[in-house]
Design a protein around this ligand. Structure first.
Ligand code: ADP
Ligand code: ZN
Ligand code: ZN
Length: 773
């Protein structure tokens, strides 16, 4: 009897063998339901083999082979096997976590059928350009029998070309489109908001007809080779701009590459990186390829989706991110898998989409730490994308105004190829002027300097927008007793509880624990409790007091919890219904606010001397991003940074817009200190209720690592940055290798030893290339 090796969502690094009853066809990549213990589970067949080492009587049969979805490809399996090995995560869990939720459930999926539309015979006989003949085709009254042209019964011979009412603009456009080629609803959407209803009318009147989309012309959904199906497709392309010389050069360099190469597109904010992406996509789409565009933020996808749709009105673009419903996500995933989706725009999880005709990958804002998953399969979508491009033999473009030092270093050493955009695309849009205000030499009002307030006042008078950037939500990061020095610590964590004045709560941002704000100090009874420091709410209050007339909008996780909130806010900002924006990093990323001319940065200093060696890199990227929001249109922008260290090299580099110089000095420091990208790291983390248990585990793990005697550096066991969270003690152990290969070999040898260690009542994980310390 044939045997299948099945990936299951089980934390063991093996596949599981099952038999398949005679006569049942099963292939690698198919989903199956199998018995596991007392449960039935969904798994994926990774291999079909003739024999197994298991005793025949112990092998159970597959319960059911699911044929409701096309099998996964060998190419995807290779990618997932690489991820499982590289990130030291069980193969079964790796495979299952890459699938949309619906494919992980044992309920059969009923995929939404995509209907396509084409002209009916009478529709094909229509003359869309001819003027209407007298009386007949253009009825005067609305409604009534004359309105309906009833093509079959109206007595026109089908070979007589019949005019179509000019008045029905949308219907005419749809017909014209269908005359070129059959389309589905998604492809017609760009024609009008009412396209659905109009199409229905056309079908009802017999001009158009629907049919079941068979993917034969686009490669069968079950054909995973995909590459053979290179039907060249025509699409409309809105070539909005003449490319600048630098843009053209970047586009040419990438399009001349037909095999794997990794490009770093380093372009200052507003230099037109998006325009380069658009042209690269156009090139690929013309040749029938699929493009994968990864973006860091789910918040950015609707905006980008809209933008790319407007540039490629009839191209099938889908998005993949966790904000979609399960049904939508499955549908989109299957469109990608069938090769029908031409552009796939997604957050990190989209890197695992099946893309049979993948020809280009773009990673926008490649430096963004959101590309790294922080639990389960702790992958970096950027790095997996690079592996994928290499595996597939296609180019990949990493874009950023402030590349990660890893990528920048690779581009300098020749591993990647550097593409530079050094000027802003719009000649009149200049980079903002950046200056620092020394907070120790000026009058401060609850964290905002007098000078900054004055500048905001000027902007309000000129009807321009200001943005205040502060990376803390809530009213104040801590509440303090002036009598005894008590601080509002969380009783479950090592962190402080944040004061939220709106609902009079103290709230722990680490574990979610909350309390009513006490009326008196819980320690000494003193009633004099003071908020220390500022968060977004406090800044909002200060501004409202100073500028009672101003329209102030706070944008942070608290104010955007509601799904549509952010969308509404963006519209308000664009309609210039806002004078001052107060926000966290949510506001820094990729948004284009034309009326914004002033950016104030309130308290960046803590990152300057942080114990996290990446803190300064992140701060520079964040400030360059947020500064890039100012003065993008015709008005010059200004950035004011409030700091106690106005001469810090980071701020000097920001003022001169000197990423190169800054990166060079940071890389030199990293090299001296032996930090990435000059070493490769893996972090073993453990947490549990008992401190002794956590440390015992890590110390044993360390001893085992030392005993292996590999060419890696094994650091000491230390408390995590937040040593206690939700009543769990947290500690960690860092391993470094000068070569990626050394570290990988070590990890392969070490992991089985870790698996064998007693680890009752604690959770541990390995994080390869960790970003958080
Ligand atoms: P980035 O993504 O690098 O920050 P964008 O792609 O958003 O920059 O471009 C900034 C602005 O410049 C946009 O308004 C865009 O439409 C415009 N733009 C881009 N390329 C050109 C060009 N070649 N000519 C004119 N305008 C351009
Ligand atoms: Zn007190
Ligand atoms: Zn807490």
């Amino acid at each position: 009897m044939p045997i299948v090796r099945v990936a299951l969502d089980i934390p063991l690094s093996t596949l599981f063998d099952y038999t398949v009853a005679e006569g049942i066809a099963v292939a690698a990549g198919q989903r199956v339901i199998v018995p596991f213990g007392r449960r039935q589970m969904v798994g994926v067949v990774m291999e079909c083999v003739a024999a197994t080492e298991m005793a025949p009587e112990r092998i159970k049969p597959v319960t059911q082979v699911l044929c409701d979805s096309a099998p996964l490809s060998a190419e995807l399996f290779d990618l997932l096997r690489f991820c499982s090995d590289y990130y030291r995560y069980p193969i079964g869990q790796t495979v299952l976590s890459a699938l949309p939720t619906r494919l992980r459930s044992d309920k059969p999926v009923i995929s939404r059928v995509t209907l396509s539309y084409r002209l009916s015979a009478s529709g094909a006989a229509l003359d869309l350009d001819a003027p209407p003949r007298d009386g007949g085709a253009e009825p005067s009254g609305a409604g009534g029998a004359a309105e309906r042209l009833l093509p079959q019964s109206a007595g026109y011979a089908s070979n007589v070309s019949q005019p179509f009412p000019k008045r029905k603009v949308v219907q005419r456009r749809i017909l014209a489109k269908l005359a070129e080629q059959p389309c589905n609803l998604a492809q017609l959407k760009s024609l009008s908001a009412t396209v659905g209803a109009q199409l229905k009318a056309l079908v009802a009147e017999g001009w158009a007809e629907s049919f079941l989309e068979t993917h034969s012309s686009e490669g069968s959904p079950f054909d995973t080779s995909g590459r053979t199906a290179t039907s060249v497709q025509k699409h409309t392309f809105d070539n909005a701009h003449m490319l600048t010389g630098e843009q053209q050069q970047a586009v040419d360099t990438v399009t001349q590459t037909s095999s794997y190469a990794c490009f770093l597109l380093h372009g200052i904010t507003g230099s037109g990186k998006t325009e380069v992406y658009v042209h690269l996509m156009h090139h690929v789409l013309q040749r029938g390829g699929q493009v994968l565009l990864l973006v860091p933020e789910i918040n950015l996808t609707p905006q980008l989706e809209h933008y790319f749709r407007s540039r490629f009105p009839d191209v099938n673009l889908i998005s993949l991110h966790s904000g979609l419903s399960e049904g939508e996500r499955l549908h989109n995933w299957q469109q990608a898998q069938a090769g029908v989706a031409q552009i796939v725009l997604g957050t990190r999880l989209a890197v695992f989409a099946e893309l049979p005709r993948l020809a280009l990958i773009i990673v926008d804002e490649e430096h963004d730490s959101s590309f790294k998953q922080q639990d389960g399969l702790r992958y970096s979508a950027r790095d997996v994308a690079i592996f994928r491009a290499n595996q597939r033999g296609v180019p990949i473009v990493l874009g950023s105004a402030t590349p990660s030092l890893e990528s920048y270093h690779n581009a300098q050493s020749g591993r990647y190829r550097m593409l530079r955009l050094t000027g802003r695309a719009l000649a009149e849009a200049r980079l903002p002027a950046v200056r620092c205000i020394n907070i120790n030499q000026t009058v401060m009002h609850h964290g905002i300097s007098e000078n900054l307030l004055r500048e905001i006042g000027l902007r309000i008078a000129r009807r321009e927008q200001s943005l205040l950037f502060i990376n803390r939500r809530g009213y104040a990061p801590v509440l303090m007793c002036t009598g005894c020095g008590w601080l509002s610590g969380c009783k479950h964590c090592a962190g402080k509880m944040v004061l939220h004045l709106n609902d009079k709560r103290l709230r722990c941002h680490h574990c979610g624990y909350q309390l009513h704000v006490p009326h008196a100090c819980p320690s000494c009874g003193n009633a004099d409790l003071h908020p220390v420091g500022s968060g977004t709410q406090r800044v909002e209050n200060v501004l409202q007091e100073r500028f009672p007339e101003a329209r102030i909008l706070r944008v942070d996780r608290d104010s955007t919890r509601n799904k549509r909130a952010w969308q509404t806010m963006r519209e308000q900002i664009h309609a210039n219904e806002v004078d001052i924006l107060v926000g966290t990093q949510m506001l820094a990323k990729g948004h284009d606010f034309p009326a914004l001319t002033l950016v104030g940065v309130l308290n960046p200093d803590s990152a300057l001397y942080s114990s996290d060696f990446r803190a300064a890199e992140k701060l520079f990227a964040q400030l360059a991003q947020v500064a890039g929001r100012a003065g993008r249109a015709d008005k010059p922008g200004e950035v004011i940074i409030q700091t106690a260290f106005p001469d810090h090299p980071l701020f000097l580099a920001l003022q001169t817009h000197d990423f190169e110089g800054w990166a060079a000095s940071q890389l030199a420091e990293r090299q001296m200190a032996g930090f990435p990208p000059f070493v490769y790291q893996a972090m073993l983390r453990a947490e549990g209720k008992q401190e002794t248990g956590v440390y015992a585990f890590l110390n044993q793990a360390r001893a085992a690592a030392v005993a292996l005697q590999f060419a890696v550096e094994i650091l000491g066991v230390v408390p995590a940055a937040l040593p206690r969270r939700a009543n769990h003690i947290r500690a960690q152990l860092l391993i470094q290798g000068a070569k990626r290969k050394d570290l990988q070999q070590f990890l392969r040898a070490w992991q089985p030893l870790l698996d064998a260690l007693p680890a009752q009542k604690l959770r541990w994980s390995l994080d390869i290339d960790p970003l958080e310390f």
